[in-house]
Design a protein around this ligand. Structure first.
Ligand code: GUN
Length: 297
């Protein structure tokens, strides 16, 4: 193994510490407590775990956490009414609607009903447009976490060749915009890309966000490249039971890469830390308080 292991767990702990400091200052200097509302529709087990974890970490940094758990059969009108109410609530600075939503609900419509300045996921069409034109926006949490770790490792990303595997609205597309805004030469690869191994071999930075267990082997990686593994996949162990793996084959990639994020303990912990960071940023912007440095781009 030659690669430096990028410790996302430790990085996320540092972000949370900074967030907690800013929350304390907002309370003592401005009598404001940032508040984050998380909306969960239905009982998807993975979503329930995420939402619980978000609530716990929100209160741990001193912010108010509001959870809204709605029945899987909730109507679109009822969900939109709740979002309207949260949009108008001055105690709520961030709103997150956990995805995926049950299939009878229109995800685009729901996301675009969130007030853009409270859209701490950065999924609202107005935030997508702002990011795409390199203007101040709310930045999606997972790509933001990747960018923070990449900047920390490389310093400047200017001129580096980056390949993003995956074109989702949540990770792939915003990751492309962030890397482009940092002057990388960016290629977006996806399921129809021809000759994917050769495309990946050109990259100084590889971001794997496809949701397919261990699909990138070490011989696709340019020696010394930096690998960000966004995947969280559960696979069966030969001896029974299951374990979490990423979208890259960790052992073989770590033998070639210059730096790599492990799974678990890499990109994953950064996502919630960035959600908390976005909530503080949103709270500062809404209240006309100078926003903290280093918590967004
Ligand atoms: N489901 C999976 N990832 C995410 C995320 O980053 N935000 C929301 N709201 N739902 C998700």
């Amino acid at each position: 193994m030659s690669a430096k292991i990028i410790d996302g767990k430790a990085f996320a702990a540092k972000i949370r510490e900074q967030v907690a400091g800013h929350v304390a200052a907002l309370k003592s200097e401005h009598q404001i407590t940032p508040g984050l509302s998380v909306v969960l529709v239905g009982e998807d087990p993975a979503s329930q775990v995420y939402v619980r974890s978000k609530g716990k970490q929100t209160t741990e940094v001193g912010m108010n956490s509001y959870e809204h758990k709605l029945d899987a059969a909730t109507s679109e009108a009822d969900l939109l009414a709740l979002i309207d109410q949260l949009n108008a609530d001055p105690a709520v600075h961030g709103i997150l609607v956990q995805l995926p939503l049950p299939s009878h609900l229109n995800e685009d419509l729901v996301i675009n009903s969130i007030a853009p300045e409270k859209d701490v996921d950065g999924f609202h069409i107005s935030n997508v447009g702002l990011l795409g034109t390199d203007q101040k926006s709310m930045v999606p949490c997972t790509p933001l976490g990747c960018l923070m770790m990449l900047r920390d490792h490389h310093g400047s990303l200017s001129g580096l060749d980056a390949v993003v595997i995956g074109r989702s609205n949540i990770v792939g597309k915003p990751m492309v915009q962030l890397l482009l805004n940092d002057s990388c030469t960016v290629t977006v690869a996806h399921s129809r890309t021809k000759n994917l191994p050769d495309v990946v071999r050109r990259a100084d930075i590889v971001v794997a966000a496809v949701g397919r267990a261990q699909m990138v082997p070490g011989d696709w990686i340019k020696p010394g490249a930096t690998v960000m593994d966004v995947g969280i996949n559960r696979i069966d162990k030969p001896e029974g039971g299951t374990r979490l793996v990423g979208d890259v084959d960790y052992e073989s990639c770590a033998a070639v890469a210059g730096a790599i994020t492990p799974v678990p303990g890499g990109v994953g912990p950064m996502t919630i830390a960035c959600l908390l960071a976005n909530t503080v940023t949103a709270c500062c912007r809404t209240n006309g308080v100078a926003e903290p440095e280093g918590l967004t781009v």
